[in-house]
Design a protein around this ligand. Structure first.
Ligand SMILES: NC(=O)c1ccc[n+]([C@@H]2O[C@H](COP(=O)([O-])OP(=O)(O)OC[C@H]3O[C@@H](n4cnc5c(N)ncnc54)[C@H](O)[C@@H]3O)[C@@H](O)[C@H]2O)c1
Length: 239
C-alpha cells in the first residue's frame, strides 16, 4: 500500500484503531478521523499521519477534512455507535442520532471518497464496516440493526455504480468483538460468558477484524466488489 492514502473513520480506539495500525503496517499513509481526538493512534503510527477530530455526520467538517488530503485511495468507514433501548422506549432523538452516524456517516464519507477517486482516475477501495446484526434481530438495537442492513445494501449498490471507475466497495461484518465500545455495554463476566457461547468460543480481537478490512482494501482483493464479508467466529451459523 506504499504511496496510498487511507482514510479510517472512528480510528481513536477499538476496531478503527486496529485497522489504522494494520493499514500502516502495509505501507499506507493514514488519514484518521474520530469524534474523540485520534491523536494517540496517529502518534502510534508515526509523524506522517494526518488526523482530525470530527463527527462523520457533519458534512461540512468532512468536506474540509477531505480537501486537506493530497489524495484518497482507500476509505474504511468504521465510525459507529448505538443507543440500545426497546422500540417502545426509544426517543425520536435516539433514532435520529444512530442514523445520523451510521447512515449519513457512511453516505457522506463514501460519496466524498468516490468523487475524489473518480477525479484521480486510478481506482480505489472502500470498506464499510457494518455488523452481523444486519441479519440477527438482536433486541433493543433496532435503529442500529436496520442501519447496518441498509449500509450493506447501499454498499452493494455503490459497488455496481463505481465498478466502471475501478473503485471497489465492500462491506465487512464483524461479529462480537472486544472493544471499548462493547465494554461500555457489558461487564468482563458477560463478555467471557457470551464468548463461550460462540462457535469459536470467544469474542474477536480488533486485530482480527482489521486484517480482514486490510485484505478487502488491498490489491489481494482486486476482483472482489459488492461482497459482504462476515468475520464473526461463526455466530451467524447458530443465530
Ligand atoms: N465491537 C463489536 O462487537 C462490533 C460488532 C459489529 C460491528 N461493529 C462495528 O465496528 C465499528 C467499530 O466499533 P468498535 O466496537 O470499535 O466501537 P468503539 O466504540 O470502541 O469505537 C468506535 C469509534 O468510533 C467513534 N465514533 C463514534 N461516533 C462517531 C462520529 N459520529 N464521528 C466520528 N467518529 C465517531 C468513537 O469515538 C470511537 O472512537 C462500528 O461501526 C461498530 O458498529 C462492532
Amino acid at each position: 500500500m506504499t504511496g496510498k492514502i487511507a482514510i479510517v473513520s472512528g480510528a481513536a480506539r477499538g476496531i478503527g484503531r486496529a485497522i489504522a495500525l494494520e493499514l500502516a503496517s502495509r505501507g499506507a499513509r493514514l488519514a484518521l478521523c474520530d469524534l474523540i481526538d485520534p491523536a494517540e493512534t496517529a502518534a502510534a503510527i508515526g509523524p506522517e499521519t494526518i488526523s482530525a477530530q470530527l463527527d462523520v455526520s457533519d458534512r461540512g467538517a468532512l468536506e474540509a477534512f477531505f480537501a486537506s488530503l493530497p489524495r484518497v485511495d482507500i476509505l474504511v468507514n468504521n465510525a459507529g455507535m448505538s443507543i440500545r433501548k426497546p422500540l417502545v422506549e426509544l426517543e425520536v432523538a435516539d433514532v435520529e442520532r444512530v442514523w445520523q452516524v451510521l447512515l449519513w456517516g457512511a453516505f457522506h464519507t463514501t460519496q466524498l471518497a468516490a468523487r475524489r477517486m473518480i477525479a484521480q482516475g486510478e481506482g480505489g477501495a472502500i470498506v464499510n464496516v457494518t455488523s452481523v446484526l444486519a441479519h440477527i434481530p438482536y433486541v433493543n438495537s433496532s435503529p442500529y440493526n436496520g442501519a447496518k442492513a441498509a449500509v450493506n445494501q447501499m454498499t452493494r449498490t455503490w459497488a455496481l455504480e463505481l465498478a466502471p471507475h475501478r473503485i471497489r466497495a465492500n462491506a465487512l461484518e464483524p461479529g462480537w468483538t472486544d472493544t471499548p465500545g462493547e465494554r461500555a455495554f457489558n461487564t468482563e463476566q458477560q463478555l467471557r460468558a457470551g464468548g463461550e457461547r460462540l462457535p469459536l468460543g470467544r469474542l474477536a480481537r480488533a486485530e482480527e477484524i482489521a486484517k480482514a478490512a486490510a485484505f478487502l482494501a488491498s490489491d489481494d482483493a482486486s476482483y472482489i466488489t459488492g461482497t459482504v464479508l462476515q468475520v464473526d467466529g461463526g455466530v451467524t451459523l447458530i443465530e
